[in-house]
Design a protein around this ligand. Structure first.
Ligand code: SF4
Length: 116
């Protein structure tokens, strides 16, 4: 049985592979049947922000040491700045720092606030 951190890493990889495959090749390799319901909940959640890849990576980079000290636990780094939608911005959870399009696809992922 995988540890909690290994499971989370596995979920991040699976969610991103699924999302990228659909974006690039229009092929769905897997997507949780709960995907749309989860997306709808996240879109109404006040703990979301919209960021480009560059903005997201710049924020994460600022807290590399914090992330390292907390063994890669993204929930331990300060919240992302609140922003609205814009060009090339994706919906991100401000608590777990996951791109929602990827996170919501993985069957055994869950909301940090237990909303889904
Ligand atoms: S995963 Fe949960 S806390 Fe994060 S944006 Fe979605 S509903 Fe909100």
């Amino acid at each position: 049985m995988a540890c909690k951190k290994c499971r989370k890493i596995q979920q991040i990889i699976l969610g991103n592979i699924s999302y990228i495959t659909e974006e690039l090749f229009d092929v769905q390799i897997f997507k949780s049947p709960e995907f749309q319901k989860r997306m709808d909940i996240c879109l109404k959640c006040s703990s979301t922000t919209w960021m480009t890849k560059f903005e997201f990576l710049a924020h994460i980079h600022k807290y590399t040491i914090t992330l390292f000290k907390n063994l890669g636990d993204f929930e331990k780094i300060p919240s992302l700045p609140k922003q609205g939608p814009g060009k090339n911005r994706k919906l991100i959870c401000m608590i777990c720092k996951c791109p929602i399009q990827s996170k919501a696809r993985v069957n055994d992922s869950h909301c940090s606030l237990n909303k889904w």
